[in-house]
Design a protein. Structure first.
Lengths: 313, 517
């Protein structure tokens, strides 16, 4: 079982946490939307838009954190569009979400081509440097794992704590969760379902876009068309896996990323008896299995997918 | 006391239209301090619409509302709550997966506060619950509460907001007689403290015993208004229906000794292995109506689903005329001769977007008369539909009309026509008059009695005790999946049945002089 020794390597854990980061942003974002009762299938496209927006900002001379903010802003715009259709007009959340994904993904590629029509190789930027925390680096084993990370990863972990606190400990979180359970109860208590749901979708979408920006500003140093590569869809599955709970979402993203990191290593180390595609498949098989096991008892937000229309009967 | 007290709320000339339907037509209403006002009317008379306008769910097409002499902001529950109006909806507005406390404090705090001030909330609730004897555990999830408890949470939710006026929409619709009594005691306590209460109802008894004043609505208009003291039930009924109440014919016993349906030791378990039906035994004879009493959610749905083949029992045996049908599919059940009137008629009784014609043929379109070689015979279906529309007086513009455009009463007539025209051996009728007005209810009752005369055995599952006592030849009570021994309706009244429905099976058995199940 030599090949399993990578669990002891810091490199494996560094890779796991790095790979988990965009998923954490995406899953948290989707979780916020769904907790308010709105499925956001626009995630895949919004992440692509985030990749593009963040990278563009930095490529044209902006600073890295500015890129992150710009990506969040673009994500929020797409969120606003999604909520206009699904919350205010009460249209199908599936159809709208898929539409947003196609629009956002295509727009990102289009704008990229418009800006740089002649580029044959994707132009590079200088991405985020690793964290510089000497006092942390001295801790054996854990130190290097934690410091070989981008500041965005730190932000992702912080957001898990923040979202969890907001959802369960504050009035705004309570009304958001209630919107996903019984919008009529929210209205009967004098709050606006429209406002709360719109807010949730806008904030959630900006999280997704920041997840995308992580790919161009931290994981890689350039923008490629199709670089989100299904991560958005994985986030949707991970939300179900997490039973709509932020901490379990963190656990799910880490597990998925660990499988992904593992398959890379196994691929390199094992003699090529088994085709590499098999290893590529592993994380997805894991996620299907985990979904089957975990989601059997998952309690859906009761009003998920159900549009709320005031004053109708 | 109501005559001297000052008005707290005045509705002036409220009109509300939905498309071409006039739900409220120029309604004016006054509520005085400390008063208990009953808003009476048939289904569709516009009671709920009016209260929804008052609470701000709807915006009135015309008219305005004054509270303490000041105009009320239209279409805003927030404004209504702020001025002291609280509402307990018929379908509770509670989130089941959340705790009682969370449901109550929602929206009562500044939304961007950094944490809940739970200790203040608990203290206030404790005071309220002591004051009005409304006891609920704050930390339980709403889904673990009984219907009566949920209603108490709804009342607390309003009281927590310091409302001065409380509106209750059909508050007793889902309660046992005992729970209803308790509710009215609470409401009296509230009016005693100076609150004003409006409750919507279509039950005359409640209006008479519970209110200080009655306002009767019919077709969206106020047709009668009176102080309750000294008024007769028949006067109110006349105002409500716009004529004399249709009389229910004295039932005639046609029961024979021929057993049609028998269920022995039936059990069905839920997803957590909790018993939903627990060793049920029942026997249905030819020409009999067997009433199943009980509050919804005590196994009625499982019983009806099982007999229509949608859910197989986990143990036990069902026999129809001596033949085992325990594991029949829905279609096999139908062709064996079991007809059904489903509880939720719009979701499992019809397909709303399909025309009347196809809905009438829905349960047996595959049979020779209506199709050949797997192709539908449209001519025959059309003729068949027209025939039934005439026989059962289904009011619809044409056979092409989508069924969802029909009124509840006409949808129920269609379902009755579909099942009764086939002369079922056994008819499973679940809440057959739920939500119907007096006219349609009488029609359904007549049809059921007719089917019984023709030799069908009818299992009447209902929450309406008066209906059960009037129609049934024998009654059994379902409570938490267990069923009581059958009793004759002459042996019991609503109060004794209420005992069994709320789980006091021991006392129930003693009162009717039979051993407990």
């Amino acid at each position: 079982m030599d090949i399993l020794l990578f669990f002891m390597e810091t490199g494996f854990w560094i890779a796991t946490i790095r790979m988990a980061t965009p998923l954490i942003f995406g899953t948290l974002g989707e979780l916020i939307c769904e907790r308010a009762g709105v499925l956001n299938l626009g995630i895949e496209g919004i992440m692509a838009a985030g990749c593009m927006a963040g990278w563009t900002w930095v490529y044209f001379g902006g600073d890295l954190w500015g890129g992150v903010l710009f990506a969040a802003f673009i994500g929020a715009l797409f969120g606003l569009l999604h909520s206009l259709f699904t919350v205010h007009l009460g249209l199908s959340q599936h159809v709208t979400g898929l539409g947003i994904t196609m629009l956002a993904a295509a727009l990102s590629s289009f704008v990229f081509k418009m800006l740089l029509p002649k580029a044959t190789t994707p132009p590079k930027i200088i991405p985020f440097a690793n964290l510089d925390l000497p006092w942390l680096a001295d801790i054996p084993f854990l130190g290097p794992i934690l410091t070989h990370q981008s500041p965005l990863t730190l932000l992702a972990f912080f957001l898990v704590v923040l979202v969890s606190y907001l959802l369960y400990k504050t009035p705004v979180g309570l009304s958001l969760r209630m919107c996903g359970e019984n919008p009529l109860a929210v209205e009967a208590q004098g709050l606006s379902v429209y406002t709360i749901r719109t807010g949730a979708v806008v904030v959630g979408s900006s999280f997704m876009a920041v997840g995308g920006a992580f790919l161009t500003l931290s994981a890689f140093d350039a923008f490629y068309i199709g670089m989100v590569n299904g991560r958005g869809w994985i986030c949707i599955a991970l939300v179900v896996f997490s039973s709509w709970k932020p901490w379990k979402a963190l656990l799910g993203t880490m597990l998925f990323a660990a499988f992904d990191a593992m398959q890379m290593r196994v691929q390199q180390q094992s003699a090529m008896v088994i085709p590499y595609q098999f290893y590529l498949m592993l994380p997805y098989i894991f996620s299907i299995l985990a979904m089957v096991i975990m989601s059997r008892r998952a309690a859906y937000p009761k009003a998920l997918l159900i549009p709320f229309r005031k004053g109708e009967r | 006391m109501s005559s001297v007290a000052s008005p707290v709320l005045q509705l002036h000339n409220i009109t509300k239209t939905f498309g071409s339907l006039v739900a409220n037509d120029n309604i004016s209403l006054t509520l005085r301090q400390g008063e208990m006002l009953a808003l009476l009317g048939e289904n569709g008379a516009g009671k709920t619409t009016l209260m929804n306008i008052l609470f701000g769910h709807y915006v009135a097409t015309q008219g305005h509302i004054e509270i303490y002499g000041k105009p009320l902001v239209k279409g805003s529950p927030k404004a209504a709550l702020a001025t002291g109006i609280g509402m307990v909806h018929q379908h509770f507005t509670l989130a089941e997966n959340m705790t009682v406390l969370e449901n109550i404090i929602l929206g009562t705090e500044p939304i961007f506060r950094l944490r809940h001030h739970l200790s203040t909330a608990r203290a206030k609730l404790l005071k309220l619950s002591m004051q009005f004897a409304l006891h609920v555990d704050w930390n339980t999830l709403v889904k673990d509460l009984s219907i009566g408890q949920r209603q108490r949470v709804e009342i607390l939710k309003a009281l927590y907001r310091d409302v001065k006026i409380l509106i209750l929409d059909e508050p007793t619709a889902v309660l046992t007689p005992q729970e209803s009594d308790k509710l009215f005691t609470t409401l009296r306590l509230l009016t005693g403290k100076g609150l004003s209460v409006i409750f919507i109802t279509h039950k005359l008894k409640e209006a008479l015993s519970g209110s200080d004043r009655c306002v009767v609505l019919r077709h969206g208009r106020v047709v009668y208004e009176t102080a309750t003291k000294g008024i007769k039930a028949s006067t109110l009924a006349k105002a409500m229906v716009g004529g004399a109440l249709p009389e229910i014919k004295k039932k005639k016993s046609t029961t024979s000794s021929q057993q049609l349906l028998s269920c022995s030791n039936i059990s069905i378990f839920g997803s957590q292995h909790q018993p939903l039906l627990d060793g049920i035994n029942l026997h249905l004879f030819k020409g009999e109506i067997l009433g199943i009493a009980g509050v919804s959610g005590n196994g009625q749905m499982q019983l009806a689903d099982m007999l229509s083949g949608m859910q197989a029992p986990d143990s036990g045996e069902i026999q129809l005329e001596g033949e085992r049908i325990t594991h029949h599919t829905p279609r096999e059940m139908m062709s064996a001769g079991i007809g059904r009137i489903p509880e939720d008629r719009t979701s499992t009784g019809i397909i709303g977007d399909m025309p009347v014609r196809e809905n009438i043929a829905l349960e047996h379109y595959q049979e020779p008369g209506l199709s050949r070689f797997g192709l539908l015979k449209f001519g025959s279906i059309e003729a068949y539909a027209k025939d039934l529309i005439k026989k059962f007086d289904i009011r619809c513009p044409s056979t092409e009309t989508p069924v969802r455009n029909l009124s509840g009463g006409n949808i129920q007539k269609l379902i009755l026509a579909r099942v009764l025209s086939r002369k079922p051996i056994v008819l499973v009728a679940s809440q057959p008059t739920w939500g119907l007005d007096v006219g349609a209810t009488a029609f359904v009752h007549e049809q059921l009695l007719q089917a019984k005369l023709e030799g069908s055995g009818i299992l009447l599952i209902s929450e309406d005790l008066d209906e059960l006592l009037q129609l049934s030849d024998r009654i059994q009570v379902l409570y938490k999946g267990k069923i009581s021994a059958p009793v004759s309706p002459d042996q019991v009244n609503a109060a004794t049945l209420g005992l069994a429905m709320s789980g006091h099976l021991e006392e129930f058995s003693q009162q009717i002089g039979q051993p407990a199940p």
